[in-house]
Design a protein around this ligand. Structure first.
Ligand code: G3P
Ligand code: MG
Length: 353
């Protein structure tokens, strides 16, 4: 694998465009690069390995801290990716730090949800898995889930190490976070319903529903299996439908991730930061991008988001993921449809030449 060895420094010539890449269904399927993605990314660096075009990854996925995702992506794709270039569905959760920094919060999803939250600075983040283990028989099906013992999982250790010793069975949970796609839907729906309808302490009675946050709301996404898999949005529908049947007040929640316009605004400011020396978060009013390209595979998430964000966003839809159509998508037509991400980058570089 060709490896770009130089670190990412400020970009000498300030290009008038930047690129946001979706990950699942555009860059990777599972952990396998698709659509010649390593080749496409290499084109954004000069011969000495310095970045010449500002780009980032804008994914609704997650489950591990951005720094770890950046090194994983660097390994898989053969280029040096800086953590600042990785925006995951849960990245905006860090903006809630002021409100919940010292409060007991529960985090769920594949990977290491509590570690993600602890790295953002939340001091009392506990994984739902660990939380549930403190309430005997809270999940009546757990004795039948024999597979759980076979799963390699560092989460338990990591999160309990980062949590001060206190009794979660007597303290109210102040907020629940779905960080990444939940693994054990039946347990998570059961325990989240318990938390949400009891005011944060299973078994208690309290009117106030603790705030509930989802990192994204993708109904389906492209994983390794040939057709789409159910995503966080599907889990949200399941939880919401059940909660609304067993509780007199409908579930209140907030979903982050694409297609929310804030995600695209944030991406624009990160792309500007990449132009600055050492990526300092200074407001760079002097630079305006004429075009920002969003390369995605999901019309109702990536294309819808770019369309809603408006100028300077330009959407490019690939046929390597959720979308497989011959022509453009009917409800959310992209500005351009191509087969692969490599073709998308080729198109951009020609258009900008
Ligand atoms: O779980 C991942 C998924 O919902 C979408 O990821 O990279 O296609 O935004 P991505
Ligand atoms: Mg995708």
């Amino acid at each position: 694998i060709y490896r770009v060895s130089a670190q990412l420094h400020s970009i000498p010539k300030r290009p008038s465009f930047g690129i946001a890449f979706d990950i699942d269904g555009v860059i990777l399927r599972g952990r396998t690069p698709i659509g010649d993605s390593p080749k496409a990314l290499r084109r954004l660096y000069d011969d000495s390995g310095c970045l010449k075009i500002p780009y980032l990854f804008l994914t609704n996925g997650g489950g591990i801290p951005e720094s770890r995702r950046a090194s994983e992506l660097s390994q898989l794709l053969g280029v040096n990716i800086d953590p600042i270039q990785v925006v995951q569905g849960h990245s905006p959760f860090k903006n809630l730090l002021k409100r919940f920094e010292n409060e007991l919060i529960v985090a769920t999803g594949k990977g290491e949800p509590a570690v993600v939250m602890s790295e953002y600075g939340f001091k009392k983040a506990i994984s739902l898995e660990e939380y549930a283990s403190h309430f005997h028989n809270i999940d009546p099906l757990s004795p039948y889930k024999t597979w759980t013992t076979k799963q390699p999982c560092n989460e338990q250790k990591n999160s309990s190490e980062s949590i001060p010793s206190f009794d979660v069975t007597s303290e109210r949970v102040k907020a629940a976070f779905v960080v990444s796609d939940p693994v054990d839907w039946s347990r998570d729906i059961q325990v989240l319903c318990d938390i949400l309808r009891s005011g944060g302490l299973p078994g208690e009675k309290c009117e106030h529903q603790p705030p509930m946050y989802f990192a994204a709301d993708d109904l389906e996404y492209q994983a390794v299996f040939p057709c789409e898999r159910l995503g966080m949005g599907a889990f949200r529908i399941a939880l919401e439908s059940i909660f609304n049947r067993i509780h007199h007040k409908p579930l209140e929640y907030t979903s982050f991730g694409k297609p929310n316009p804030e995600v695209f605004k944030n991406a624009e400011s990160i792309l500007k930061q990449l132009l600055n020396e050492d990526h300092k978060d200074i407001i760079n009013n002097s630079h305006h991008f004429e075009t920002l390209y969003m390369i995605g595979d999901n019309p109702s998430v990536d294309v819808k988001g770019a369309r809603q964000a408006g100028h300077p966003w330009f959407s490019i839809l690939t046929r390597t993921g959720v979308f497989r159509g011959k022509e453009n998508h009917t409800d959310y037509p992209a500005d351009r449809v191509v087969d692969t991400v490599e073709e998308a980058v080729e198109y951009i570089l020609q258009r900008e030449a």
